[in-house]
Design a protein around this ligand. Structure first.
Ligand SMILES: [Zn+2]
Length: 430
């Protein structure tokens, strides 16, 4: 479902487009004869109050409406609603203007999410400023990435949690443990955006509420089922790019959750891993919530801009990896020569009982189980095949990366317990 942000009592887009002097917009007086009038760019509530209080929900709606109305480079729609009916917005940004949604899906895109955890507000504030700055920067000053890629921003992934300052949504469900189960409307909205826009990189902005240092902790998808080139480039983004450039700007950076096991683990219900399993580079960004709010917001915005630089530097490799991933995983599901990992991470080798080797060729599901998996079948684009009164979920498909995690009773959080088909006879191997 999509609907445009409604604007009332604001200057029209054409009004601003006729102007063009940036970063400040200028206009003649109302009658066209007076001296130039300086028109301020939209500011967040946080900026207006110099970081003393975060932007309110109402201020965010007005801000997004103002930015959308005043720049042709941005198109904002509602892509979902929270438990309590608050809108979840998606901004598309490109120069000179965003392509159609279908064209965006077919080309490179970088998705930035703010505030999946409502009590971690800095990512949202940074996302709002980031999208505004991209919408109004002088063309010569735009990041190189915007010459080829669309920038997508969901500034507030958990609007109810932000409103109430809670980690979870209005039902206190942690959205960032729901990217496999898809039980929350918020996680489903994110899954739908990933399905419909196929981002190449996903940046997920969080905070560590009790932490005073460092400025940032970062991590990539550690899940072992992520296509290796996608995982390698995600790791490269952190270790060879952000760990190098952010300290030059005076920021202290560390790995998130060092050492094997939680919290820096492979859990597929965490967005960082889920996007890797969906064939995009993933980046978790964690600021320290006890620092000055202005600094926390600035470090997130710096990271977002730095990710755009990485994309521009490595776009050939990134596009090749995310383009190759679906076919490579489909082939892996067909060939069954590599194990499937129910557990284990790139820093925590699985034990033999934690992997499926050889992996099943399919899972057999009852009609009831298929009904239970409808959100995943739709939002992960899973292919099913009828098999008598049952249904098969074959592994020879691009999203085989989630199938055993969803349908194998031995996995961490399966949604159903299907019957694995493994033997040569069951799998039709001659
Ligand atoms: Zn968080």
């Amino acid at each position: 479902m999509e609907s445009s942000v409604q604007i009332v009592d604001r200057p029209s887009k054409a009004f601003f487009l006729a102007l063009g002097l940036l970063p400040l917009l200028w206009a003649c007086g109302d009658d066209g004869t007076g001296p130039p009038v300086e028109v301020e760019l939209p500011e967040t509530g946080f900026e207006q109050r110099s970081g003393v209080e975060f932007t309110t929900h109402e201020e965010e709606l007005a801000f997004l409406g103002d930015v959308d109305a005043a720049s042709d480079r941005i198109r904002i729609t509602e892509v979902g609603t929270s438990v309590l009916g608050r809108p979840i917005h998606l901004a598309r940004l490109a120069y000179p203007q965003p392509a159609t949604d279908g064209q965006i899906a077919a080309g490179p895109a970088i998705l930035v999410l703010g505030t999946q955890h409502g009590n971690e507000p800095a990512g949202r504030e940074a996302a709002l400023q980031f999208l505004r700055d991209l919408a109004f920067a002088e063309a010569a000053g735009l990041p190189d990435a915007m010459s080829t890629a669309t920038v997508l921003v969901i500034p507030t992934a958990n609007p109810d949690g932000r409103f109430a300052n809670t980690r979870g949504n209005a039902e206190l469900v942690d959205i960032n443990r729901d990217h496999l189960a898809l039980a929350t409307p918020e996680a489903r909205a994110i899954a739908q955006v990933i399905r419909d826009f196929r981002p190449d990189i996903v940046v997920d902005a969080h905070e560590r509420p009790g932490a005073t240092t460092p400025d940032l902790q970062l991590l990539w998808p550690r899940n072992l089922n992520v296509f290796a080139p996608v995982q390698d480039l995600s790791r490269t983004l952190v270790q060879d790019h952000l760990f190098v450039v952010l300290p030059v700007g005076g920021l202290s950076v560390e790995l998130y959750g060092p050492g094997p096991g939680p919290p820096g683990d492979e859990n597929e219900s965490i967005l960082r891993n889920a996007v890797g399993l969906r064939h995009a580079l993933g980046l978790l960004v964690e600021s320290s919530g006890q620092q000055d709010p202005l600094r926390r917001v600035a470090v997130h915005q710096e990271t977002m801009n730095s990710v755009l630089d990485f994309f521009a530097d490595r776009s050939g490799e990134i596009v090749a990896a995310v383009t190759d991933a679906p076919g490579a995983k489909e082939a892996a599901g067909r060939d069954r020569t590599a194990p499937f990992y129910l557990f284990g991470a790139d820093d925590n080798a699985p034990t033999p009982d934690q992997l499926l080797d050889p992996p099943p060729c399919a899972y057999m599901l009852s009609a009831e189980q298929v009904t239970a998996l409808q959100p995943q079948i739709s939002l992960f684009e899973l292919r099913t095949e009828p098999d008598g009164s049952d249904v098969l979920l074959p592994m020879d498909q691009p999203m085989m990366t989630v199938i055993p995690l969803l349908a194998d009773g031995r996995a961490r959080g399966p949604q159903v317990s299907g019957v694995a088909r493994v033997s040569a006879i069951e799998c039709g191997v001659p």
